[in-house]
Write a new protein. Sequence first.
Length: 253
Amino acid sequence: MGAGHAHALYRAGHSPVHRLPPHCKLLAVLGFVLVVVSTPRTAVWAFALYAVLLGAVAALARIPAGFLLRRLLIEVPFVAFALLLPFVAEGERTEVLGISLSVNGLWGAWNVLAKGTLGVGASVLLAATTELRAILLGLQRLKLPPLLVQIATFMLRYGEVITDEMRRMRLARLSRGFEARGVRHWGVLAKSAGALFIRSYERGERVHLAMLSRGYTGTMPVIDQVTASRTQWSYALALPAAALVVCVLGWTL
């Protein structure tokens, strides 16, 4: 359980952002997102400044723009939902390219797109500069309930194991000439899902018994003590502090 596991979202590096303690980065991202969500949707210029701040962090972390843009595709379902709002929302209407759209819907779509994109961008930057194991250590340092941290730890560790099991079962089906091409094959896929559940459950029981035999009492030992200096805290909180200034100006101007 102590070994780190590489993830597609993480990009190894030695930038100042990479070197910041994980709990500092977690609080910085949380604070930034809260500030962005609190910003009035009519302050369009404020969201542009937020994007500039994230761009500055990405440049400092040496994260390529293409890397970030590809991972922002995860918000495509929210984009589709936002694009529907001008058509289905009620209230005052306006003409855009000959199409009648709701004014409230347009503002709502902008609100979802701007805040959602910035929030996802901040999360992607956190994942790109922090290993998953370090994030869990940061959550532990922030006094998140230990049980939740353990659940997240096991989920990340054994998610890969279950994925490998699914891959082996798929290869076994292919080696026997099976290809799912229609509804009539759903029964085989359902049986495969049931077999995967049983194997996963049995594996979980074996792992639990192995942990008990090694002295597990409900808490995991803390191997690495993550600490942060005042300088590191000041660097990490520079992002939400700058965003807070923009938010205040957005409400007052």
